[in-house]
Design a protein around this ligand. Structure first.
Ligand code: NDP
Length: 259
């Protein structure tokens, strides 16, 4: 299989956890992307310090202010990314930003259901809409007609926590808002894959494993998967080869429990 070769990638929630791990992974590639757009909702804040340090050493990292629960912020980010790309398209959009609220079913609230759904499901929907013109441009500008990450792709970070058939960790955390948001994200990914196929854009939902990040640790048990292991390349199926994740959620199933 050919090595993944992309000119541009955008990762949301890139200042810590899996998002930052992905940025680091792209930097380590034999041929790193010319543009790594790192979406971050508070670029000047303490939590963005590591990303800022990385960007100061790597001019191909462009930090983009991006709050995925805010349509105006998404629109501004798309315009900024478009300006940087100067006429070329965006190869990969990774909808990674996400939140979890660890409520029990009986204690779940309208506020938490809404906030988690807005961030984890509506965010990726609006991101897909806003960046569609740039993704289309990348697909049109690439040779060949198949679907691949080297051409144009939307990668949604889902979770086995949203799986209806293999729902594990219920005893540790019920978290209905999170589970529902990820189940809905899986359906959104299916809708995107059906709608955007004709534009040459691959759309998939991935489960990254139960990973050692702030979110992964919030369950109170040590997560089994290291950040490096999660973001390192894996041979996955269904046309999504060389996506930098070990586990593919849709349409095949994954193997470990997780948030
Ligand atoms: P973390 O909590 O470690 O990091 C979450 C990132 O998302 C942070 O950068 C955070 O920014 C950002 N973020 C949250 N809300 C918003 C928002 N509204 N707008 C912009 N950015 C936002 O999570 P992980 O890295 O562990 O998770 C990344 C993704 O992987 C999530 O979608 C998660 O559901 C999924 N996942 C993770 C698993 C795990 O075990 N870790 C398992 C299965 C799925 P800030 O610093 O500003 O808060």
């Amino acid at each position: 299989m050919a090595e993944l070769s992309v000119r541009s990638v955008l990762v949301t929630g890139a200042n810590r956890g899996l998002g930052l791990g992905l940025v680091q992974h792209f930097l380590r590639m034999p041929k790193p992307p010319q543009w790594i757009f790192a979406g971050c909702r508070d670029p000047k804040g303490q939590r963005a310090q590591e990303l800022q340090n990385l960007a100061s050493k790597h001019p191909n990292i462009i930090i983009i202010p991006l709050e995925v629960a805010n349509p105006a912020s998404i629109k501004a980010a798309a315009a900024q990314v478009g300006e940087h790309l100067g006429g070329s398209g965006l190869n990969i959009l990774i909808n990674n930003a996400g939140i979890v609220k660890l409520n029990a079913l009986d204690a779940e609230t309208l506020e938490d259901m809404s906030e988690v759904y807005t961030t984890n499901t509506i965010g990726p929907l609006l991101m897909g809409q806003a960046f569609l013109p740039l993704l289309k441009k990348a697909a049109q500008g690439s040779p060949g007609s198949g679907l691949s990450c080297s051409r144009a792709a939307i990668i949604n970070l889902s979770s086995q926590g949203g799986s209806i058939s293999s729902l594990l960790t219920w005893e540790i955390a019920q978290a209905p808002s999170y589970r529902c948001s990820k189940a809905a994200l899986n359906m959104l990914s299916k809708c995107q894959s059906l709608a955007y196929k004709e534009h040459g854009i691959l759309c998939v939902a991935l489960h990254p494993g139960w990973v050692q990040t702030d979110m992964g640790r919030s369950l109170g048990l040590p997560p089994p998967v290291t950040l490096d292991d999660s973001v390192s390349p894996a041979h996955v199926s269904h046309g999504a080869s060389h996506i930098p994740f070990r586990f593919l959620l849709l349409p095949s199933s994954s193997t470990s429990s997780s948030p």
